[in-house]
Design a protein around this ligand. Sequence first.
Ligand SMILES: C[S@@+](CC[C@H](N)C(=O)[O-])C[C@H]1O[C@@H](n2cnc3c(N)ncnc32)[C@H](O)[C@@H]1O
Length: 488
Amino acid sequence: MQHGLRQLVDEVAAQLGFHGDAGDRERLGSAIEARMRSLGLGAQSDYLAILRGPGGTQELRALADALIIGETYFFRGRDHLDVLRRAWLAGPPDRRWRILSAGCSSGEEPYSIAMLADQLGLAGRIAIDAVDVSREALARAEAGEYSPWSLRDTPPEVRRRYFSEHGRRFRIDQRIRGQVRFAECNLLDRAHPLWQRAGYDAVFCRNVLIYFRPDVVESVVGRLAGLVEDGGFLFLGHSEALHTRCPEIELECEDETVFYRKHAGAAGQRSGEDWLALIDGIHRELDEGMARPRLETLPASSLVASPQAPGLSAPRTDVPGRPAPIDPVQVGRLLREERFREALGLLDAAPDDDLPSQVLRAELMFVNGDLEGAHAHCHALLARHFLEAELHQLAAMLCEQRGEPSRAVEHARRASYLDPHFAPPHVLLGRLSLRQGQPRAARTEFEAAIKRLPNEREHRLRLLSGGFGRDALLRYCESQIRACGDSR
Ligand SMILES: C[S@@+](CC[C@H](N)C(=O)[O-])C[C@H]1O[C@@H](n2cnc3c(N)ncnc32)[C@H](O)[C@@H]1O
């Protein structure tokens, strides 16, 4: 991209809070050039003057319209609507509900919510606000007429009940239209009156944040969370949800559906502490072990009754009638020595509710070649602990082995969203992208892996990245980037 245009792209990206990859920036560059042509401008400096002048906001809006893909359809992300439906059914019958659809595009999302409420007999007790930055999308929403493509996921009975056909177009019922109030709003505009409203029982902001910079996402999510009533819901797009951390709201998961919920008082804690105690113990043991003599040179007794390593948290004490907790030092030593079968033997005795040990057990089944056992155990654990990044990475590796690449990609992506520091999912995604003939995506993944590898934990390298060590993996990623050629 030529220097002047790059400058313009930077300027516009900063003003829109736009955060995309090289391809997205190219798209932005093309949108700017198209706008300049339509305004009859030849010099980039003239366009910059417009952006910085009194008409700048309007021009940005036009660019956003050209740039943003308003792709949406009725009943998209139905699992979120099911969460809302269950909450409606569980709530008191006379309760009134306020819903916000932020980034509503041409109205399919808020109208789907209105239809669902109507089906449950809630019509008179629900108020839906819907906002978007795109005037053009809002005009389409207000018109309420759709192509069959927008109704591709709409059950036939819903189509019959709430739409009338006009040639090739479907017009939404006036009663449903009357339940949604549309307004123009740029979510980046902190002075917009939307932020004064608060008290929403559910806020939807799905597939909107994907192009925002991480700091912008955080600030928008923080403000959206502020609009949610105690006990209320915040639904983000699936990948957006996992990326986002906001102390006011808690990540929850129901039947594999991920969403946020606001609870009165402090945010609760997930079952992370035990996990960290065990894994930190193993990790430390592995790292310290690098500087120690190899195990064969140690007396055999040290394996059986290992002293507590300095700095480790005290081993958890036995509860009568319950299997003894697992000693991280001992497991760590066995892992360091790649004595995976013995480590698995130790973990076979772990209590069922000891999640960290059970996850490690599934990983060890995998490295010991028991793919069926690993698959069954991993998925049994995932059904109860859907937010565990390592389980998703293991599931991804298992899917790859079973010749299911698209499921492998899905799990590896979840793993990387759940834990932004996790290197092995990026290595796997890079490999799969290359195999699918996508060198640009592969390069991005390998670069992400290289960034994360130096601080990656030893046990995750050993168990969740095909048995390579850190240096070998770094070299592998570098060689794969070279294999991608100049695909920027
Ligand atoms: C892909 S659509 C998502 C529509 C719907 N939420 C869904 O999930 O199907 C993204 C919408 O976000 C809107 N949008 C993008 N940036 C925005 C901003 N800064 N403020 C408000 N809306 C924005 C776009 O105009 C577009 O209509």
